[in-house]
Design a protein around this ligand. Structure first.
Ligand code: FER
Length: 245
């Protein structure tokens, strides 16, 4: 494992690279956590190990305001995350050992994967959104953020929840994003992995996305919640089998 920082417009992004074999060229997958998440969460580690076992190098990166990266949580936005993820893609493209590039992310990181995959479809061969929270922009337009209501036409300066506080700019920027456009633009392979008992991101969104993508499949994890607790073996299989075809 190598630990380092990737620069993104003056912001330091904390990153870790895990390679199955330092002497072998092969694919690399960028892996990103969700809203309030970080790179050491159990479901993220499960995915990293499963990919390494399948011969895939994994570059975990923490986005603005998360983990050990720069920035405050309350100031993060999807725009900042997109800028950060583009910096990570550009960083990964510089590695001599990489044959093919993939991207995987959980929840808000899954939404990020859908957006950045579309922006970089010449460079990213396939994407693996895990419980992707792609209803965030639609919810922002409807005045909802993770179950908290606000006036969508008069966005407050901040939104305060039990466990977090976020600037109104998170909402302002999220409202401009139309994920269907990104879905239509990505022509590579897509595998969505989603628990059918996810109480945070409805499973119905995974079914809808798979129907809209050019080349997508859904791996449902029966009985699993948002973070696949108690279902890590199925999560690992769902991810590693993507690379075996
Ligand atoms: C929301 C629903 C889900 C939301 C965020 C999420 C910020 C993402 C959760 C996660 O990344 O785990 O309304 O608003």
């Amino acid at each position: 494992m190598k630990e380092f920082f990737i620069s993104s417009d003056g912001i330091r992004l904390h990153a870790k690279l895990d390679r199955p074999d330092d002497n072998v060229n092969g694919p690399l997958c960028i892996l990103v956590h969700g809203f309030t998440g970080h790179m050491e969460e159990d479901h993220i580690i499960t995915v990293q190990k499963a990919m390494n076992d399948a011969g895939i190098s994994v570059l975990r990166a923490e986005m603005y305001g998360h983990g050990k990266s720069d920035g405050e949580f309350k100031n993060h936005t999807l725009y900042k995350w997109v800028t950060n993820a583009l910096a990570v893609v550009n960083y990964a493209k510089e590695y001599d050992f990489v044959t093919d590039l993939y991207m995987c992310g959980h929840s808000q990181g899954g939404l990020l994967t859908m957006l950045v995959g579309a922006m970089c479809s010449d460079d990213i061969k396939g994407i693996i959104p895990l419980s992707p929270a792609w209803m965030i922009p639609e919810n922002a337009r409807d005045g909802i953020i993770l179950g908290n209501k606000f006036d969508q036409e008069h966005i407050p300066s901040k939104i305060i929840s039990e466990n977090w506080e976020i600037s109104g700019d998170y909402i302002r920027t999220a409202q401009t994003i139309h994920v269907e456009d990104s879905i239509a633009r990505f022509k590579g392979k897509v595998r969505i992995v989603h628990g059918d008992e996810d109480p945070i991101v409805p499973f119905s969104y995974a079914k809808k996305a798979v129907g809209l993508y050019n080349d997508a499949e859904l791996i449902p994890i029966h009985g699993a919640d948002h973070c696949f607790i108690g279902h890590f073996d199925e999560l690992a299989d769902a991810v590693s089998s993507f690379f075996k075809n």
